[in-house]
Design a protein around this ligand. Structure first.
Ligand code: NZQ
Ligand code: ZN
Length: 385
């Protein structure tokens, strides 16, 4: 196992009925709250009214309309509101997009320049307002991690930035808030959780056995419960397992003792930067093609472990076994209702070279689990087309 640091600072309030403690939680930081939310789902599900009633005694300033793949323009507006209203704490209510936007807003409140600078260079993040989240979508893990991903559609750039100071202070995780998710968001969120695990599981280091077992358990949880949630959106057991899987998949726990640069996420971020597609859908499309592309003698053992331990497959022929595990992955996403071709999500064939070039320009793909050149990325994208 490699040396590692693991510090879990987020106070998780998991389950129904914790939200009543929101005033007490926020009160610790001050009376001026910036409430950040998306396009209106929280109003439809009644959460907006619940929170407004709970926060009657606070000065609540609202930033609504934060987009999926949150845009820097929303962040800039949030920063303006923080400065104008002397905000004490940022409350993100929604999915990863609201939480990510909130993180950069919370840092921008103390930054004089354009908050896009904080996305381009995380070293400029010096001070951050406290962040509290009420999660409504199981996917990103943003509720307990240091990452934020922001898009600039003018320049076709979608970049991640990170700071320990971004890690939310408190996150309310009520699985019943997931009941209203559209099927596609449930499926895409699950694909995102699985991809976070794949990115950490498919790495060189074979000595972090415990971390690998945790990875396999999270993927198995997704495979077991996503179909249940799709079939019965109000199945609490399914929603609660998926919600906790989302948090554990990307809070630093499962990469303890191993790690390395990711592959599918950098490729997907370019798809979103140019075509604004749903993150989890892009990942589901790319992942099986990437797996097939990198399958070789060098990676065989790990793919066989994956096939055996996650899918329960058996067989003497390693190559056949590994391929079957990959096929199962593809079929699972397909059965969850995810469109599994890039052409189906509006990506044009003539853009594939540009997307591949952008991937290798923005990321060092030569130190991934299996190094990829621009041509390799383009081949994978063609296979997904
Ligand atoms: O905008 P509203 O109206 O709220 O609707 C949202 C949005 O349209 C809807 N929704 C959320 N909760 C709902 C609901 N609809 C009904 N009922 C509910 N309970 O779902 C749509 C998608 O929301 P979004 O927040 O965009 O989804 P997600 O949580 O998947 O976040 C995706 C963003 O996070 C980034 C992605 O790149 C993307 O920008 N990521 C962030 C990471 C991180 N911070 O660590 C890591 C990830 O790899 C990822 O890159
Ligand atoms: Zn992701």
């Amino acid at each position: 196992m490699n040396n590692f640091k693991f510090h879990a600072r987020t106070d998780i309030r998991f389950g129904k009925e914790h939200l009543k403690d929101l005033p007490k939680v926020l009160g610790k930081y001050g009376a001026n709250v910036l409430m950040v939310y998306g396009g209106g789902s929280i109003k439809k599900i009644g959460l907006y009214n619940t929170i407004k009633e709970l926060l009657q005694d606070f000065n609540v300033v609202e930033l609504s309309g934060v987009e999926p793949n949150p845009k820097i323009t929303s962040v800039q507006e949030g920063v303006r509101l923080c400065k104008e209203h002397n905000i004490d704490v940022v409350l993100a209510v929604g999915g990863g997009s609201c939480i990510d936007a909130s993180k950069v807003i919370a840092a921008g409140a103390f930054y004089e320049g354009d908050p896009w600078d904080l996305v381009l260079d995380s070293k400029k993040i010096k001070k951050v307002l406290p962040i509290v989240t009420v999660l409504t979508l199981a996917a990103t893990g943003s509720e307990m991690n240091k990452n934020a991903v922001i898009s600039n559609m003018e320049t076709n750039e979608k970049f991640g930035t990170a700071s320990q100071k971004f890690i939310p202070m408190v996150s309310f995780l009520d699985p019943s808030l997931l009941y209203t998710l559209p099927k596609m968001q449930t499926a895409a969120g699950t694909a995102d959780i699985m991809s976070h695990v794949f990115e950490q599981y498919f790495q060189e280091n074979d000595s972090a056995y415990l971390s690998d077992c945790l990875c396999e358990s999270i993927i198995k949880t997704c495979i077991k419960y996503c179909p249940v949630a799709l079939n019965d959106p109000e199945d609490y057991e399914a929603r609660s397992n998926l919600m906790w899987a989302s948090t554990l998949a990307l809070n630093g726990l499962i990469c303890a003792g191993k790690g390395g640069p990711w592959t599918c996420h950098p490729i997907e971020h370019e798809l979103s930067a140019y075509f604004d597609i749903t993150h989890g859908v892009g990942l589901a499309i790319i992942t099986p093609s990437w797996m097939r592309y990198i399958l070789s003698d060098k990676t065989m053992k790990r793919f066989c472990n994956y096939a055996r331990n996650v899918w329960g497959l058996q067989g003497e022929d390693s190559l056949e076994l590994a391929k079957q595990g990959i096929d199962k992955t593809y079929e699972f996403f397909l059965q969850c209702g995810i469109p599994m071709k890039l052409r189906e999500v509006g990506i044009t064939e003539d853009s594939l070279h540009t997307l591949a070039k952008a991937t290798t320009r923005h990321n060092n793909m030569s130190s991934c689990y299996v190094a990829l050149s621009t041509d390799d990325v383009e081949n994978i994208l063609k296979d997904c087309y």
